[in-house]
Design a protein around this ligand. Structure first.
Ligand code: HEM
Length: 119
């Protein structure tokens, strides 16, 4: 049965007999498939409970692999939930905005200092 999972909920399913993975917003139960995985079960055990979208794509899986994948679906992650790491550009925006606020504060302090000295 397919249902909605949160990323946090999936992260708790890490046991070899209860092993969930996230790929592209969908949740897969690989408990029974792991022994059959041509890439080895260790790959799947190491990634238990995680979003493996990039690893899955990077391994260059065939259309057959994607077909197997579709038989293992147990649910989905709501599209507004962050199931992947924050994109690099978003991580860069944070210190940048922080720096600008600091710079603005420094300029305001300098102007206030100058005004104070003059009058
Ligand atoms: C439920 C998810 C997965 C399914 C259904 C799956 C299925 C398959 C299949 C059928 C193959 C044989 C080659 C092909 O047809 O593409 C394969 C190979 C492979 N898989 Fe996966 N895979 C899954 C997840 C992963 C993950 C998460 C990783 C990496 C962490 C991974 C790493 C590999 C590697 C490295 C190979 C190549 C093995 C070799 O060529 O010797 N797989 N997988």
């Amino acid at each position: 049965m397919s249902r909605t999972y949160s990323v946090e909920e999936v992260s708790k399913h890490t046991a070899p007999t209860d092993l969930l993975l996230i790929i592209d917003g969908k949740v897969y139960d690989v408990s029974d498939f792991k022994e059959e995985h041509p890439g080895g079960e260790d790959f799947l055990l190491d990634q238990a409970g995680k979003d493996v979208t990039e690893l899955f794509e990077d391994a260059g899986h065939s259309p057959e692999a994607r077909e197997i994948l579709s038989t293992l679906t147990v649910g989905t992650i709501p599209s507004d939930a962050p199931s992947r790491p924050i994109p690099v550009h978003a991580q860069e925006e944070l210190p940048d905005a922080y720096l600008r606020v600091c710079l603005l504060l420094a300029v305001v302090c300098m102007v206030a200092g100058l005004v104070y000295l003059r009058f």
